[in-house]
Design a protein around this ligand. Structure first.
Ligand SMILES: C[S@@+](CC[C@H](N)C(=O)[O-])C[C@H]1O[C@@H](n2cnc3c(N)ncnc32)[C@H](O)[C@@H]1O
Length: 214
């Protein structure tokens, strides 16, 4: 591991807006840090938290929580949020597999899943953040009518998501196979994460599916 990364990992658990699964009581600690009475929005596989930060700047009346397993990436998001003095963003270092263990009281009104790892091998299907097991978890930690958005550059993951969502009979609100071929996108749809910037540079098309579970 590089020196920079190990310094970030040594510091990340002590940052005021970062809550690590390994230290327990995440939800209680989060509810002390964020204003309880605001709507909550979740970003999964948040990396550096690009969605949470841009949405938090735009929507000071809402709370944003970014979840990722990689502490060094979250370190970057935490520092950026601090630099921008954003008090409505927090980060959780955890696997998304533990969402229902962490969030018992908080119910999210929206979930963003930007550029999750596609896990192309068949044996890893269940690890895809849009697999049925994850949709089950999302239904337990969201409000009725919550919106979920999946952004990807990966054709295989996009097709898989459509299969799963059709099978689950969810309400698809928007389905863009080539997002930027549209010129009437809203602010949220057009936020570009670090991975998205890279994919765009490589000439890839970006896909977005927005849906409601119920
Ligand atoms: C391709 S990166 C995208 C990062 C960021 N969303 C972006 O667009 O720049 C995928 C991220 O998902 C995280 N991730 C993968 N599996 C996860 C899981 N089960 N729970 C939480 N995070 C996960 C990885 O650590 C990584 O940061």
């Amino acid at each position: 591991m590089g020196r920079k990364k190990s310094l970030k990992l040594a510091e990340v658990d002590y940052l005021p807006n970062v809550f690590s699964y390994s230290l327990g009581n995440i939800e209680e600690r989060l509810l002390k840090y964020l204003a309880k009475d605001r709507p909550f929005v979740l970003e999964l596989g948040c990396g550096r938290g690009d969605y949470s930060i841009k949405l938090a700047e735009r929507n000071p009346e809402k709370n944003f929580v970014g979840v990722d397993i990689r502490g060094a990436r979250i370190w970057n998001g935490s520092k950026k949020a601090e630099e921008l003095r954003l008090k409505n963003v927090a980060f959780v270092i955890s696997r998304a597999e533990f969402l229902t263990e962490i969030f018992k009281k908080i119910k999210f009104e929206e979930i963003w899943i930007p550029f999750p790892d596609p896990f192309p091998k068949k044996r890893s299907t269940n690890r895809r953040l849009i697999a049925p097991g994850f949709l089950e978890r999302y239904s337990k930690i969201t409000l009725p009518g919550a919106k979920i958005h999946l952004k990807t550059d990966d054709e295989g993951l996009y097709n898989y998501a459509l299969e799963v969502l059709t099978e689950k009979n969810v309400e698809i609100i928007n389905n863009y196979h080539n997002l930027y071929a549209n010129d009437n996108l809203n602010f949220e749809e057009s936020i570009k994460t670090k991975y998205e910037e890279q994919h765009l540079k490589e000439g890839k098309t970006i896909k977005l599916i927005s849906f409601k579970l119920r």
